[in-house]
Design a protein around this ligand. Structure first.
Ligand code: ZN
Length: 104
């Protein structure tokens, strides 16, 4: 799957979490080739979407399946890692005061 290889090239530093809760996720990706270019990945009600050309070209034309661009894949991996480290750090500071959602 070549999107997976492409996604693994993207850096966590290029991801900016704009919004993160149970209903809506919004991640802003800075293009690795053009720092002025940004892509918005969002997930609303379980439906993922990206505003890059790749997603627009492939993602919306299929009837019974959807396309995952590298940003979507990377976003999911990023959130997965994020959640893991949140859980791990919570175990370390169980006695500490509970800090509110710090958006990772
Ligand atoms: Zn994309």
């Amino acid at each position: 799957m070549k999107q997976l290889a492409k996604a693994s090239v993207l850096l966590d530093e290029n991801i900016n979490v704009l919004h993160l809760d149970e209903e809506l996720i919004e991640l802003e990706f800075t293009s690795e080739t053009d720092p002025k270019k940004k892509y918005l990945v969002s997930c609303w009600g379980g439906n993922w979407k990206c505003d890059c050309h790749d997603f627009h070209y492939h993602g919306l034309n299929l009837e019974h399946s959807s396309y995952c661009c590298k940003h979507l894949l990377k976003g999911i991996m990023y959130l997965n890692n994020c959640k893991k480290s949140e859980i791990e750090s919570d175990e370390f500071k169980t006695a500490d005061k509970v800090v509110g959602n710090n958006g990772c």
